[in-house]
Every structure is written in C-alpha cells, then in structure tokens.
Design a protein. Structure first.
Length: 393
C-alpha cells in the first residue's frame, strides 16, 4: 500500500452552486478531500452526482452561472477558490493541472491538424519552438501509441478513430507536463477493449512522469485496477472514501453496496441485473437527512431527519452513514457484498494494518478529527437522542 505524507491538494468544506432560471442548485455539498502526490484517485458516482462539477472546480472550468459559496481548495500555497479570471488561472491550467475530457471529438479543434494542436501545448508549456517543438510532438505521439507520427501529425481529428482521438487528447495534456492529470470519464465513448488500452496508457504516463491522477467515472469496474483510493459521490457529497481494496471488498455505505451490486460481473445467470430503484434528490431543494435514504431499503428513521456525519472505519476508510453509529441496529449488506467481503478480507486486513503504521494516512479527515474512536462519528454532531437510530424506517 502507498504511504502518503503531506497532501498535494486539499479540499475543505466546498459548497458550489449554480443559478438557473432564478433558482439555485446546490451542486456540491460540504466536499472535503485530500489528494496525495503520485497517487491515483477515482471519484465514482452515477450521472448527476457532482463528479464533473467537482473536478472542474479544480481548474475553474465550470460555467459562469456557477460559484463557490464557501470552502477552500488549497494547492501550492494558494486557495484556488479565490481565482476568478482566466488570467488568474493562467499558471495553473495545463502547466500544473491538466484535464482529459470524455468526448475527444468536442475537445479537439476540427479545423486544425493534430500536430498543430499538440505543438501549441508544447510551445506554451515547454518553451520549445520550430524544429525542436515538432520533434517533441513526434515523440509524444509515439509515447501515446500512435505509429508513423510524422504522417499522423499532419492529419485532422476526423481522420482518427475514437480511441486514437483520445490518445491525442492525452498527448496534449501530457505535453503540458502537469503535476495533476484529471481524467473526466475518459473511456465513456469507447468500447471495452479500447477502454482497457486507454486506462493502461494513462497508467503508463502516470508512472513515467510521476503524475498524480484523478479519475471521474460512473463505473466502479473501470477503475478497479488503476485506482489507489476511491471516493464515492452521491447527490453532491462524498459518502464513502477509502483504499481501492476497502471500497471494493469492505464497503460500508448502502449507496456503495448498490453501485457494486449493479456491476454485471456480480450478476447471477438467469436473473435480472440489479438496478437502484428511485431517482436522486432534487438539488434545487434542501436535502434533509441522508440524501440516499428514499432509495435505501435499509434506511433508519434518523436518515430522514438528520444528515449523518463521517464515521471512521479505519485510518484510511470512512463513510457517511448512520449504520456505522454504535447505537444503530446491526444491518448486514446484500449477500453478494458479503461474498466480496469474504473474498477480500485478507487484502483489507493487510491494508488496515499498513495504514495504521503509515504516517499521514491517506484520508480526507484531519489528524484532530481522527483522534476519535474508530466507529464513532468524527465529523459533525451526534444525534441528540440515542433512540433516534434504534429502529429502521
């Protein structure tokens, strides 16, 4: 397991809103998360959970009708929420934090050759010109797996397949020599075989250049083999975060159970695939209690009344659910989640033992917060009455 020291980027209590037709949509609700040097972090959740809004906050790319209401994003001694104009962001975008978007056809300029678009990034961020810049372009194209780079550099995006276009977008991002690479649904428009190739390419680039990678995806299966840590988002908030082994083999939030249950790999032959009933809450309205409660068959009464705090499971694993409160009734996850837990118990136990020994463990909670007893709420207040969590809803 990777041992972390000081975080590279720290998000604290981030609230982001959009103004739409006279109404206010609360897109991100009290997001707190640390990103560590050289790690691979996956942010997972269904469409509309706030993943893309969150990663775009790290580069100031959200639409102009959006604004940070409160919170901070600390990076390199600066609070990124205080940057307002493109001029303010000039030294961050590309050169420090770069992004690979989900649809390469809309990210690339159809009127410019592929080589011209990569060369633009090389000139701007590496300071190369003329023959040196062109030589760098050919080298980058080869790095991302595009053969005959001198010929390919003269072609236009429409002459490339979807997977090749995504390789070009990755090439442009890596030409900036960023410290953090954000991949927003990088494989959504690709078939399964090409997905694996693109993920492998990103992993190779990460290792070669020691880049910190942040994935945003709705599919837990996509990041199973590439993520060191996973943060699960629902209705604009992080509901669970932990190492990849902890989230896959010892999930604690009912929403994470539901996401894993939806994986085709866990389906039973002859039976319909699991689907999560209901719809996410309307974020134009105030969300009361646990946002997932109306879709959670194991919800407690307090889930409809009071928002749960983050509970620590281990030093690297925490979840926002009242089921972890010591006063809550014992509730077992679905059978196939129990089977996953049994299959990965050795991996989880090993990760927990290593994390207990590691200094500055990978978590989005502060050391002061972690002073509380594991299994107790460590962020927010306890329920006023113990009876509030005794019975199921």
């Amino acid at each position: 397991m990777r041992k972390y020291t000081e975080p590279l980027l720290s998000v604290r209590d981030l609230n982001f809103k959009f103004t739409l037709r006279g109404q206010v949509l609360h897109a991100l609700r009290d997001i707190s998360l640390d990103v560590y040097p050289g790690e691979s972090l996956a942010i997972v959740g269904e469409s509309g959970s706030g993943k893309s809004v969150f990663v775009k906050c790290l580069m100031g790319l959200n639409d102009r009708n959006g604004y940070v209401e409160s919170g901070s994003i600390e990076y390199d001694g600066k609070d990124l929420t205080l940057l307002k104009t493109d001029a303010d962001w000039k030294n961050i975008r590309g050169s420090r934090i770069a992004m690979v978007l989900q649809d390469p056809m809309t990210s690339l300029n159809p009127l410019k050759t592929v080589g011209w678009q990569i060369e633009e990034a090389v000139k701007l961020h590496q300071g190369l010109k003329g023959a040196d810049a062109r030589k760098a372009v050919y080298g980058i194209l080869e790095e991302v797996g595009i053969s005959d780079p001198q010929r390919r550099a003269k072609q236009y995006p429409h002459e490339f397949s979807g997977g090749m276009r995504q390789r070009v977008v990755i090439a442009i991002a890596m030409a900036c020599r960023p410290e953090i690479l954000i991949c927003d649904e990088p494989t959504t428009a690709l078939d399964v075989t090409i997905q694996a190739q693109i993920l492998n390419l990103i992993r190779q680039m990460q290792k070669k250049y020691n880049v910190t990678t942040i994935y945003s995806t709705h599919d837990l299966g996509v990041v199973a083999n590439v993520a060191d840590r996973i943060a699960v988002m629902y209705a604009g908030e992080i509901v669970e975060v932990g190492t990849s082994d902890e989230v896959f083999y010892d999930p604690r939030h009912p929403y994470t159970w539901a996401l894993l249950s939806s994986l085709p790999q866990l389906g039973v032959k002859g039976e319909p695939l699991y689907s999560i009933e209901g719809t996410p809450p309307n974020l134009f309205r105030e969300v009361r209690g646990d946002a997932f409660a109306p879709r959670n068959p194991k919800a407690l009464k307090i889930d409809y009344v009071k928002r749960p705090p983050m509970f620590a499971v281990t030093t690297t694993h925490s979840a926002r659910t009242w089921l972890l409160d010591p006063r809550a009734p014992k509730t077992d996850p679905p059978e196939h989640i129990l089977a996953l837990r049994e299959r990965g118990k050795d991996l989880v136990a090993k990760a927990a033992a290593e994390s207990a020994m590691a200094t500055g463990a990978a978590q989005h909670l502060t050391d002061e917060d972690m002073a509380g007893e594991t299994g107790r709420p460590i962020l927010g207040d306890k329920p006023e009455k113990s009876g509030e969590v005794i019975s199921n809803g």
